[in-house]
Design a protein around this ligand. Structure first.
Ligand SMILES: CC(C)(COP(=O)(O)OP(=O)(O)OC[C@H]1O[C@@H](n2cnc3c(N)ncnc32)[C@H](O)[C@@H]1O)[C@@H](O)C(=O)NCCC(=O)NCCS
Ligand SMILES: Nc1ncnc2c1ncn2[C@@H]1O[C@H](COP(=O)(O)OP(=O)(O)OP(=O)(O)O)[C@@H](O)[C@H]1O
Length: 214
């Protein structure tokens, strides 16, 4: 864990596996008043037509990844990169540096706006080594069969495609072992909410109490 300098914002890295429940946990944290930086949202923004990553991606992957409306055909690009690790690394080499910079800017902005704690929702936190840049890591955990079932149900993928996406990430069991805080999302939403509320209360206490999130 990185040390927290005096007067600095407490950075919480929130991660998990695909469909483990990060968005569900983030929605609860927002309700509790947390400032949240969302890596997937930034990815979508920079990959949109006219965004910083759009041109380099089209140059690298060709017109086959552009849809009729001129936006990236995300489904086509996903099929490509989740069946070819080399292509995935090429995409990541374009997108990740831009996302890292934007996240740092958003943390700065939240701190300037008075937040004492910021949640960074980063699906690939461990895979990208970002744990060195946060003060604590929360992992949203589910067991593998639950993860597969929820991913298939949410995204309408067949089981083989869902497995490929899960296999493109560090195993969730391993992430759980590396966590400072584990949110166990195997149970019902109420059980998850109780854990998130308790973990956020601990953050408020560590960050000096009061309105730490905003
Ligand atoms: C492959 C792309 C086009 C698929 O887009 P799509 O709209 O279907 O999915 P979305 O971007 O909403 O991501 C959904 C989830 O997929 C998983 N995922 C996405 N990219 C990756 C990756 N490179 N490696 C492993 N898992 C990934 C994450 O769990 C993420 O939360 C897109 O995810 C992308 O450009 N990825 C590269 C950038 C990246 O690494 N993003 C992950 C977080 S920084
Ligand atoms: N405790 C729960 N019980 C039942 N279903 C749940 C629970 N938590 C989340 N889900 C469902 O599981 C799916 C995955 O959850 P969510 O979208 O929050 O995951 P995620 O980690 O944000 O995924 P991604 O990495 O793909 O963005 C969603 O359809 C969500 O409604």
């Amino acid at each position: 864990m990185a040390s927290k300098g005096p007067g600095k914002v407490l950075r919480i890295g929130l991660t998990g596996g695909i469909a483990s429940g990060k968005s569900t946990v983030v929605a609860i944290l927002r309700e509790l008043g947390a400032a949240v930086v969302d890596a997937d949202r930034i990815v979508h923004a920079v990959e949109a037509r006219g965004g910083e990553a759009y041109g380099p991606i089209v140059a690298a992957f060709g017109p086959g990844v552009v849809g009729p409306d001129g936006e990236l055909d995300r489904a086509a690009l996903a099929r490509r990169v989740f069946s070819d690790p080399e292509a995935r690394r090429r995409l990541e080499a374009i997108v990740h540096p831009i996302v890292r910079r934007r996240m740092a800017e958003e943390v700065e902005a939240a701190a300037r706006a008075g937040a004492r704690a910021v949640v960074l929702d980063i699906p690939l936190l461990f895979e990208t080594g970002y744990q060195a840049h946060v003060d604590q890591v929360w992992v949203v955990y589910v067991d593998p069969p639950t993860q597969l079932r929820r991913l298939v149900a949410r995204d309408g993928l067949d089981e083989a495609e869902a497995r490929r996406r899960i296999d493109a990430q560090m195993p969730l069991e391993e992430k759980r072992r590396l966590a400072d805080v584990v949110i166990d999302n195997r149970g019902d939403p109420a059980a998850t909410r109780a854990q998130v509320e308790a973990a956020w209360r601990a953050v408020l206490a560590a960050a000096g109490g009061g309105e730490a999130g905003r």
